[in-house]
Design a protein around this ligand. Sequence first.
Ligand code: SPV
Ligand code: MN
Length: 627
Amino acid sequence: MSRERLVAGDYDYLNLLRSSMSEEMLKRLLRIPDPELHRWVADIISVARPSSVYVNIGSEEDFEYVRRKALLNKEELPTKYPKHTVHFDGPKDLARDRGNTRILLSSGEKIPLINTYERVSGLNEIKKILEGIMSGKEMYVSFYCFGPRNSPFTMYAVQVTDSAYVTHSENILYRVCYDEFVNQGPNLNYMRFLHSAGERDENGWSKNVDKRRIYIDLEDDTVYSTNTQYAGNTVGLKKLALRLCVNRGLKEGWLCEHMFITGVKGPGDRITYFTGAFPAGCGKTSTALMSDTVVGDDLAIIKEFDGIARAANPEVGMFGIVDGINPKDDPEIYEILNSPENEVIFSNVLLTDDGEVWWTGKVGEPRKGINYAGVWWPGKDNVPSHPNSRFTTSIRYLKSLDPKIDDPMGVPVGGMIFGGRDSDTLPPVEESFDWVHGIVTKGAALESERTTAVLGKAGEREFNPYAILDFLSISVGKFTELHLRFAEKLKIKPKVYGVNYFLRDEKGNYLAEKVDKKVWLKWMELRVHGDVDAIETPTGLIPLYEDLRKLFEKHLSKEYPESLYEKQFTLRVPQQLSKIERIWVIYSEIPDTPKILFDVLRAQKERLENARRRYGDFIPPHTFAKK
Ligand code: SPV
Ligand code: MN
């Protein structure tokens, strides 16, 4: 199938390429034996009209060139350490833009909860916006692998952008894979990402945010992104690729997830791998870093091989929230971000006048400087660093990097974790009865109080199935069915867990500390191997007090009072029933929801009602029997 063109009809595209780039750059592009790719680049040049073109093939000189250009054109600002830079997105561009992110579908089909748009209208609109959008700017063309090299997991991508910041970010976050393009030429099936920051104002912020669009063309494996800089809207291989990947997974019968991948050590140093889905700002990165080894912190591709679910991380870097990172709770990442020899792009932090980077949690006081909204000084009426301020850095700096990060076969998945921000319903950790129960009640039913990673009011409870709703390109009914179908092939099904770090008491105090995640992880690890018992409640399997007490002692040298355990693990029947009610209503309006989802919810509701009749609304854990 031939791919969507930006320019109709034939023209001498080679000639256009020749007159738009240096001989060296042209040579680099033409070394890839794929005329369709050449013509795509030419089409972009003739529509967006950049003043020059740089073909990034991933050499050290290329990396250096892109870093230098980002500083020269002020997309990034220098700090007191040459390898640390700061990028500002602008006050109206600090998060993902749900409203203007649309899945283009040629049927004009509507998918519940997903922002779709009729494909031809969308393409026409975006082509108009792209006209002349790169005037006076350099355009970068880069080639990446989305996954390990020579691996059955890998997808390929070409990124075209007029942003040195986006290119710099991708050079850190992904494997440059130019050689694969050269070797495989027209046989390579690749995703295409076209981005432009658009016109920028004197602060470097994108000026025309009213023309901010992120259009995802599933039929053509291509994503267009304009007039924005925030990485969640612009870095093609991150959340834009996730949508294409989800769609391909549906077609081919595997899972593309918004999940970290980590290893947790158990007795005798065995390593058990977990994947974990959390909405942004709900402890995902910190859970990953609190594990014993890290394979990935944001995305996972999960495929079946010989009856085993295996996961690979398509990325090699992290784009994590920096706000709140402090030496006590996040010692490893804190040290990485403070080491001058590590390459880091900070975004939307405070950059002080003397070149220091400051964020909430950083040791020392914030001083006068610039932040996401302009000049900042102590006493100014906005926070010094934005709650969605972030760092971009290589995952390879982690001491806990898992040795299998580049393994073409990924790692076996022992457990899958779903977590959200929930102040009043779910216990800190709970195991599902089985895969189907877990997928339905933990994954498909995931809710979370909104954080600052998306535009809109923070704090409201939102339905966010699998923590992937923002990135779904297919119906959540189909996505759920895909999970159920996927497991049918498995000899060993991963255990499914729910975690909640944000439970509070009546006074609003958190019932667990940040570091307690360690214990929940260790408990799940033991459960995967059946090494500890659990208590069977109407909603799942919870830990025995004694097992947690030992784990708190062993891993955190902390006392764990039984009274705290009782509070944390009390079954809150009214809240649990309301949750089922909300989820039921949502899925009732999604026509392709598998029927079994309602069966599982109904059974859970009945168990809860029976328990309430016997024991009341709030049931302490010891009421239930050990399984
Ligand atoms: C998230 O919001 O889930 C992130 C950051 O990981 S973004 O790239 O904006 O999606
Ligand atoms: Mn994410």
